[in-house]
Design a protein around this ligand. Structure first.
Ligand code: ZN
Length: 187
């Protein structure tokens, strides 16, 4: 297992659409293990593969450290597709390991249904609501090259832009390993 440096806003791979997998080979399983280690080390609840330099269509979620979710099992989503979004929307604060120290309230559908493959490459489908629906939608967006700061209003965007520049220039203290600069990319 290995801790991987996390890509930050400005890194090109965060804007790439993820590539679908044809199988979950050993390399993929190893990547998923490293993603869990990297996410837990950074106290995150979700992580997409492009945040650690891979263009594979994978994200992981683990809410078990969150109050009220202690019994939730870690989840791996391979080739995910959101197939239902509720019309009802909810507002919730979000943050992102690729955009440290910035938080904003975002409107998203209250519940969703997502299909995906698990690590045995078996077709799965889950209905998610509340906090799980929120984290799943945030990570799913990563695989489309979308960051939560794309979804905030223009007023707030002006406010956070300065902080985003600091992140891009690596001018803040990071609590976990990050990539070296905006052009850095794992092969
Ligand atoms: Zn994120």
């Amino acid at each position: 297992m290995a801790l991987l440096p996390i890509n930050l806003i400005g890194d090109k791979i965060l804007r790439k659409k993820a590539v679908q997998l044809k199988e979950a080979d050993m390399k993929t399983i190893e990547l998923i293990r490293d993603m869990f280690e990297t996410m837990h080390n950074a106290n995150g609840v979700g992580l997409a593969a492009n945040q650690v330099g891979s263009d594979k269509s994978i994200f992981i979620v683990d809410l078990s450290k969150v109050e009220g979710h202690e019994k939730d099992k870690p989840l791996v989503f391979i080739n995910p597709k959101i197939i239902f979004r509720s019309e009802e929307k909810v507002n919730m604060e979000e943050g992102c390991l690729s955009i440290p120290d910035i938080r904003a309230e975002i409107d998203r559908p209250a519940s969703i249904t997502i299909s995906f493959k698990d690590t045995d490459f078996v077709d799965c489908k889950i209905d998610a609501e509340k906090y799980l629906a929120r984290v799943v939608q945030h990570e799913y967006d990563h695989l489309q090259g979308i960051l939560f700061t794309d979804l905030i209003g223009s007023e707030l965007k002006k406010k956070v832009n300065k902080d985003i520049i600091k992140i891009k220039k690596r001018k803040i203290q990071f609590q976990y390993p990050v990539t070296e600069d905006a052009d850095y990319q794992l092969v």
